[in-house]
Design a binder for this molecule. Structure first.
Ligand SMILES: [Zn+2]
Length: 147
């Protein structure tokens, strides 16, 4: 399993990360799901990203994110029938490492890539991608690159 994003997508995410700091930002990674999307060895390439509002109230946005449900529904309608779909999610960790929190695990789904970007002083200093383990008890790191 691994996640690849195109440079323009990475630049979008970096920009969102900078402007949301010191709050967390979040959004969807979009691409063509490979036929083995649900298999452990799969490679996913994100060719687009969509920023979503963080649905938490402002006091909680520094440490957690919640995708705005209406924006998610709108994106899914847009993607229907295009061959493209949500292949993963990104969110930022302001001033903390790019390791998933217990909360991130609790709110995760199988198969998707979860890209976490650590942001310090409005700069993306680290980015790591994770996938939920098959038993749902943990996240497993997966190779990540911006190409
Ligand atoms: Zn997180």
């Amino acid at each position: 399993m691994s996640l690849r994003v195109t440079q323009p997508v990475w630049q979008l995410i970096e920009g969102y990360a900078r402007s949301a700091y010191p709050e967390e930002c979040c959004g969807a990674l979009i691409g063509e799901p490979p036929s083995d999307f649900d298999r452990p060895g799969r490679l996913v390439e994100a060719t687009d990203a969509r920023a979503f509002g963080n649905a938490w109230e402002s006091g909680a946005r520094g440490t957690r994110y919640q995708v705005e449900p209406s924006e998610l529904a709108r994106l899914e309608r847009e993607l229907a029938g295009t061959g493209r779909a949500i292949v993963g999610w990104y969110h930022t960790h302001p001033d903390v490492p790019a390791w998933p929190s217990p909360y991130d695990l609790l709110r995760s789904w199988p198969c998707y890539s979860y890209l976490i970007v650590s942001v310090v002083d409005r700069r993306a200093v680290d980015a790591r991608s994770w996938m939920r383990s098959e038993d749902g008890k943990d996240f497993v790191a997966e190779p990540f690159e911006a190409v």
